[in-house]
Each structure stands twice: as C-alpha cells, then as structure tokens.
Design a binder for this molecule. Structure first.
Ligand code: GFP
Ligand code: GFP
Length: 841
C-alpha cells in the first residue's frame, strides 16, 4: 500500500513551513540567529568571516525554500528533464550571485550594515569554488544559471573535488609554483550533504555470463560509495532553483577494526584512503591526454553514480523503460562522461534484461555530445589494457565487451555503406590499432549519441570537415550542428559591473530583470550613442572600474597602476595555441620602439598598461616559460624611467573567476589572438564585449560571430585565416624561411630576449625555438599584422569620443551571446524539454 503523505497533519506542516525572508528585519534576525546557533558565536566575537558565514547560511535558508518548491514541482509535473554531465563546474563565488538572483541584495546590505558590517567586505571572505580549469567548466556554470533563469528542468552532475584547481604562486625567478587549493577548509555553506543519497560503484572485479543469455553479473573488486552533495542554483527573477549534484567518494567499508587490532594501523585505513582519493583532486588539464588511471576511475565513478541516480528518478515515474528517452536527455560535456554510453547499455541489458537492439535505441536517443576542441592531442583515448583492468575483468570484460559489440555493429553498417573501404573503417573504428590498442572516446561518443555539436559556427564547421568528416559522410550532416557558446549576463554584467547595470536600466527605462533575461534589449542603447551625457556617464564608469582594478593590484601586489593609460587585457589558461607568447613579444617590440624614441616623441604615444593572468598546466613546460618571460619583462620595463609612463605590464597571479570579475569591467581592449582554427569559441571575448571593452583578435572561434554582430569597424582583426593555416605549417616544415626574412621586427625581439635583456637569455631558448623552428602556431606569420593591429588600436583610442561610441555599440550588440539563448537552443533543438516555471505560492 501507499504510504500516507505527509505524515501528521498537512495543516501543521503548512503553517510551520518556512517562507522567504524579504524584509530587512527578518533578514537581520535570521543572520543573528545563525551567528548564535550555527556558528555558536556572539555579537562581541564575530568577525568578517563569521559574518559572511552567518549571512551565507541565512541566504541558503532562503534558497532552500525555492529549491524545495522547485524539486517538488518538477517531481509532481514530471516533465522531461535534461542532465548536464560535466567533469568541471567553475562556479566562483556564490553569495553575491544568489543575492542578486533572489532580488534581496539591498535588503541584505541594509541588514548587514545594521549589524555593523559591510556587505562588500563580507563578500570578499568567500572562497571561489574552482572545480574547473577554464572555458569548459565556466561554460557549464553559465548554463546552470541560465537553465534556472529560463525555468528549465535541468540538473548538473559533477564531482566534488576536495581540492579545486591549484593555487598559482610566482617564485622570485618568475616561475609558476602550484599549491593545493583547500577550498572546503572553512566549510561550504552552499552545499547540502545528502548522506541518504548514495550509490555503490564497483571497480575491477569480474563479470560472469548468465547461462546462454547475453546478460552478465559483476562481482568482486573494489566497491566505493558515491555520496551526493547538492548545490542550489537560483534563477534570476524566478522561483525556479535548479540543482547541481556533486559526488564525493567514500569507502564502502571504512575503518578496518580487525587490521587495527592486529597492529596494522596503516592497513586499517588503506581502503578508506584509496576510496577518498577518487574525488580528492581536479586534474589540471592542458589539452593533452594522459594515461592516469585515477582520471579514468573518476570518469567511471561519476558517470555510474549519475546514471544510477537518473535511472532511480525515472523509475519513480512508473513508466516502462522504453520511454526513458521521452523523460531523460543527457548532455555529455566533452568526451569525459562517454563511459555513460556503455554503462547505460550494461544496465539496460544486464539489469533491465532488454534485447541489445532495444537497449541501443534507447541509448542513442538519450545522449547528446558537445565537442570543445579540434586540437588532435585533446581527443581523449584510453588504452585498452587500462580499461580492461579497471572495469571488470574475465570473459567477457563487460564494458569493454559492450564497446566491442557497439563497434562491431557500427563497422558492419559502415562496411555496408562503403564496401571495401578499409582505411575508412580503421579511421572510424572506436578502437585504434597499435600497441597498446586505444579506445577513441570521441568516436564512441559520436556513435552513441543522437546529436553532436560544436561551440561556434567556425568550430562546428571544422568538426564537420575534419575530426568528424567520416561520420558526417556516414550519418548525414543533420546529426552535426552548432550551438554557439554564451555567458550569463547576471554574473558577467549585473554582478561584476553594478554601475553599468544601473546605467543601462536607467537608459533603457526598464527593470534590469527584463533585459538581463532578454539580452537583445541592449540594442536599445544604440539610440543613445549620440547623447553626450550618456557617453560621459558610460566613460566615467569604465574609469571607476579601472580604478577598482588598480586598487586591487595595489592591495594585493603593492604596485601602482597608471589608470590614465589604456588597459589591455589577456586572461585565459596559458597555452601555445592561445598565443600569450605573441602578446608578450608584441609588448617587447613596443618597449624597444619606445626606447628608440626621443622623450618628445614618447609623449605623443598612447600610454598602455598590459595585464596578463592565467594558469599553466603543471607539466606544460613551454607555457610555464611564457609566464616566466612575462614576469621578467614586467620587471625590466616597469622599472625603466624612460618608458614606464608609457608602457607597463602586470602578471596577476592565481587567475580565478573572482579576479576575472575585477579585470573584465576595467578593460579598454582585450586580446583573443589564437592561431586561426584553434580556439573553438572562447567565452571571455563575450564577457569583455558585454562590458564595453573592445576586441582585438584573430578571425577565430566566436570572435567571428562577435564581429558579425557589432560590425567589423568596431573590432580589430588581424592575422591569417583558417584555410591558410595548413599550407603555412607545411611551409614551415619543408620550405622554412628564416625569421629575419619574414619579420625583421620579430627577429629583433627574439634576439634581444636571447641576448639577456630580461635576464639569462638561455632560459628562454626552448620557448624561442618553438618559434624559430617549426612555429606550429604561426607567430612568425602573424607578427607584423599583429603589430599593425595594435597600432590601429592606439590610433582609434586617441579619438576618445568615437572610442566610447564603439564601446556602447559593442555592449548593445551582445544579445546573441547570452547563455539564455544557448540553453534555449539546447532545450528546443536537442533535448526537447519545456520551460516548467514554479508557481509563486
Ligand atoms: C529531489 C530532491 C529531494 C526532493 C524531491 C522532491 O529528489 O530533496 O525532496 O526531489 O520531489 F533531491 P529526487 O528527484 O532526487 O528523488
Ligand atoms: C574550451 C575551448 C574554448 C571554449 C570552451 C567552452 O575551453 O574555445 O570556449 O571550451 O566551449 F577551448 P577550455 O576549457 O579549453 O578553456
């Protein structure tokens, strides 16, 4: 029989239920309450950190009211749901964002003030949740925000790493050092441990076929427990509050008392330690594959737990399993969660006892796959022996057997369509021959998915014509589409640039929640570009944001920044394809040019301050050398009395979401200068432009679509185009032209570095040689046009009025790049899910 629900009197439950605190008095009360009860502190011994924690707990109570209503509403309405599986969620800080989305910021500000604290100060106490490396992880975070803001029934699934991305320190020589990021040390008020939501996940062990059926059982090996932690994701101007479920791994059987009693103390905790290791660190990814068993273990652990949870929720609906794809869509963010494909097959065949064909139909209607890069070294492959070892062994090796079976059927179909084309079969096979054999995850993801997408027009086209060419010929082109990335305007304008947000609302004459949720409304700003007063306000806000950044540099690094100069920013992971090297060589060129000028000539130049920030993967030697060069160039030029008023350079250590929030609103120009065809999309380009910073870039990724929106006269483009890249690389290898001939200016720069202008030149030889030799990323080919583009930027900046107009036009045309547009595209064209707003009670 059905359990009675709720227990006890419904009336009492209702009467005693918590509601949102909306007025200053109840907010203040709830904060004080948390100080006393949750923190066990009092008025006389509470500090900023404590005040932050109490405020966070009070906001969390409010979020929970909405979160509970949302989850219950979704459960009752039972709409089709989407699940976003991502190994990275780069969330940053939560408190400010939650206050803005709840619409309670000013009330909290007042309440906190009454208690003697400032909201600004306590916001600074929060540590970033840095569970990601870069663009891919921050994109996932923007999509969560948009899914809630657009009332879409979507949950994220990821891992709760004990240590986020490493903290970056810079040694006195300028080397990057890595330290662990113990982000959970001060406790995390934004997560709800769900000790009741757990799943067993098994590694190693063996599978055994049951009689003559295709089914098998799996036993032995190591079993760990996946424990759920829920993170509330509030939407903007709506009650809908979605969920991000992060898994922590715990030992299934913890402390071994027998070993302990026998005097084997280490043995007693061994299994606990090995289980906890699975979710202890986020792998810093440098876009190259590495055969780390632990990483594969993470991937399996996370996909297995997430699928089990999704399946349980589906089963609660009481629908037949054949309807699974009518209620569930699963988005695979890159290839990291691809093991979900064989895992769902295993569940359907072994546990649900479905026939292979039926199971395969369900699988291929459930999954969707996003590719984020065409860099060959980034396409994940796993050695067959490793998979064999980790997932159950013995005949049949279950997951591997499933992969082989999928592959066999697939290749038979290919053979049928393209008879006798052995090379094609070899290219398309999930298994790459060699010693050892490898499993190509992108092929598996493509075969097991309903649709594949790239993240900007050019990138999606490259996916279709390069890495997935054979698959397009096999499946037809309609399986391969594009969703250009987006960013949430809540964090990347309203939160990081509150003054600009206020000015925009005032100018458009609408409430901010309206344009923040329909970003195309920004076009209304175009009508005001000729209004001098508006332009002055616009420029004054940029100036104050520059001062805010300067203040940050002063307090963190003790350095004084010239806020009257143009602010030129490049912030992103360090990678050769992103070409921070091109930028620093350009800075050196500028420095040498200034040095050669007379003081009078210098006075006529446009002062420039260049900012860099970004982390290099710990094992990426060339990227680390680039950081070292930047730091040492900064030392020399910032100290040179001849030039320091006209050019200075800062490398801001430990790049993070929070640092980006200070840098982006302060930029006049930002650089997105990847070798054409290498940056899939880029998303910081959108953030800068949304905040009225102009773009200097190559014709690559989403830069192209940004230019289409704002008009080419408002961006600064340079460099070779994608179709030329292959030929140029070929030339470099077979008909190399010396740098001296290609670009005397660049040759001079390289020689000065070698000669020791920035300290021991020998140190930089390996970096310089990448340019002098094969120059895979085409620095020599693009250098001169890069320098001309920089000069054009200078010239344009001299006309302040026109510059501000360009800035306004740029912001005005960013509507397309809201992640709301992108998430609605996924919802409608891919997942087929509907907006499910929670009624305001
Ligand atoms: C979710 C939430 C629960 C909540 C229910 C409401 O559960 O906290 O009580 O929805 O229906 F996690 P599942 O969908 O995971 O069962
Ligand atoms: C990757 C790509 C970027 C793209 C993001 C999001 O970023 O071009 O914008 O994914 O799709 F390289 P990273 O994770 O490598 O920073």
């Amino acid at each position: 029989g059905k359990e009675k629900w709720p227990r006890g009197e419904e009336k009492i439950w209702k009467e005693c239920s918590r509601h949102l605190d909306e007025d200053v008095q109840s907010i203040t009360k709830s904060v004080v309450n948390h100080v006393q009860t949750s923190l066990a502190r009092q008025a006389y011994n509470i500090d900023d950190l404590g005040a932050y924690q109490a405020a966070a707990l009070s906001v969390r109570d409010n979020l929970l009211v909405n979160w509970n209503d949302t989850q219950l509403h979704y459960t009752r309405k039972a709409p089709k749901r989407a699940y976003y599986l991502s190994l990275e969620f780069l969330m940053g800080r939560t408190l400010d964002n939650a206050l803005l989305n709840l619409g309670l910021k000013s009330q909290y500000k007042d309440g906190i003030k009454e208690l003697g604290f400032s909201l600004e100060d306590i916001l600074e106490q929060e540590r970033d949740a840095a569970l990601g490396n870069g663009g891919l992880g921050r994109l996932a975070a923007c999509y969560l925000d948009s899914s809630a803001s657009q009332d879409l029934p979507l949950w994220g699934y990821g891992l709760r790493y004990k240590y986020g991305i490493f903290q970056q320190l810079i040694s006195p020589e300028g080397n990057q050092l890595e330290a662990p990021d113990p982000w959970l040390d001060n406790q995390n008020p934004w997560e709800l441990p769900r000790l009741d939501v757990t799943y067993d996940v098994r590694f190693y062990g063996h599978a055994e076929r049951i009689g003559e059926t295709g089914r098998a059982t799996w036993s032995g090996g190591q079993e760990v427990l996946a424990v759920a932690y829920d993170v509330m994701i509030p939407g903007c101007g709506t009650k809908n509050t979605n969920n991000l479920r992060l898994w922590e791994s715990k030992p299934k059987r913890g402390f071994d008392l027998n070993s302990f009693n026998a005097g084997n103390y280490e043995g007693a905790v061994e299994s606990s330690n090995s289980a906890a290791a699975i979710t202890s660190v986020l792998y810093p990814n440098d876009h190259t594959t590495f055969g780390k068993e632990l990483r594969l273990k993470q991937q399996y652990f996370w996909t297995a737990a997430s699928l089990a949870d999704i399946l349980r929720r589906f089963k609660n609906l009481g629908k037949p399993i054949s309807e699974f794809p009518d209620f569930v869509a699963i988005q695979l963010n890159d290839t990291h969660p691809t093991l979900a494909i064989p895992e769902l097959m295993r569940i359907l065949v072994d546990e649900e006892e479905l026939r292979w064909d039926k199971a395969w139909e369900i699988v291929t209607n459930t999954f969707f796959f996003t590719n984020h890069t065409v860099l060959p070294e980034a396409l994940e492959k796993w050695p067959v022996p490793l998979l064999e070892h980790l997932l159950p062994r013995r005949v049949p090796e279950r997951h591997l057997q499933i992969i082989y079976d999928i592959n066999m059927q697939f290749l038979q179909a290919v053979e049928k369509k393209f008879p006798g084309d052995r090379d094609r079969l070899a290219r398309m096979s999930i298994i790459e021959e060699g010693v050892p054999k490898q499993v190509r995850m992108a092929n598996l993801a493509c075969i097991g998915d309903r649709k594949v997408n790239g993240v900007a027009e050019l990138h999606s086209e490259l996916v279709r014509t390069t890495i997935m060419k054979d698959f397009v010929e096999f499946y037809g082109v309609s399986k391969f589409a594009n969703v250009t990335n987006g960013i949430t305007p809540r964090r990347w304008l309203d939160q990081c640039n509150p003054e600009l947000s206020t000015l925009i609302s005032k100018t458009l004459g609408i409430d901010k929640t309206v344009w923040l949720k329909d970003l195309t409304k920004l076009e209304g700003l175009l009508a005001h570009t000729e209004d001098k007063k508006f332009r002055d306000e616009w420029a004054a806000i940029k100036q104050r944001n520059k001062e805010r950044l300067a203040h940050h540099v002063q307090t963190t690094l003790g350095l004084t920044v010239n806020t009257h100069a143009m602010f030129d920013v490049q912030i992103k992971r360090l990678h050769e394809y992103k070409r921070q090297t091109l930028n620093i060589l350009g800075v050196i060129h500028r420095y040498l040019t200034l040095k050669a000028m007379t003081p009078e000539e210098r006075k006529k130049t446009n002062p420039r301050v260049v900012f860099f920030a970004g982390k290099a993967a710990p094992a990426y030697y060339i990227a680390k050398l680039t950081i070292r060069l930047i730091v040492n160039v900064a030392r020399v030029i910032n100290d040179d009395p001849d030039t320091k008023n006209y050019l200075s350079l800062y490398f801001l250590p430990d790049y993070s979401v929070s640092l980006a929030e200070v840098l982006i609103p302060a930029s006049d120009i930002s650089q997105h200068i990847s070798t054409a065809g290498t940056e899939a999309s880029g998303t910081s380009n959108m953030k800068f432009c949304l905040n009225g910073g102009l773009l200097l870039g190559t014709v690559d990724g989403a830069n192209i679509e940004i230019a289409e929106e704002v008009g080419e006269s408002n961006v600064f483009f340079f460099g070779h185009l994608t179709p030329a890249v292959e030929d140029l690389r070929y030339q470099h290898l077979y008909h190399p032209v010396p740098v001296e001939e290609k670009s005397p200016a660049l040759a001079n720069v390289l020689n000065q570095v070698s000669a020791g202008l920035f300290g021991d030149g020998g140190v930089y030889e390996p970096l310089l040689n990448t340019i002098r030799q094969s120059d895979y990323y085409l620095i020599t080919d693009d250098f001169d046009s890069y320098i001309s583009a920089l000069n054009m930027v200078d010239e344009a900046y001299l006309d302040k009025d026109e510059w501000v107009k360009k800035s306004i036009r740029t912001t005005a045309k960013m509507g397309k790049f809201s992640s709301d547009r992108a998430i609605m595209d996924y919802a409608q064209e891919y997942w087929n899910i509907e907006q499910t707003p929670v009624p305001s009670s």
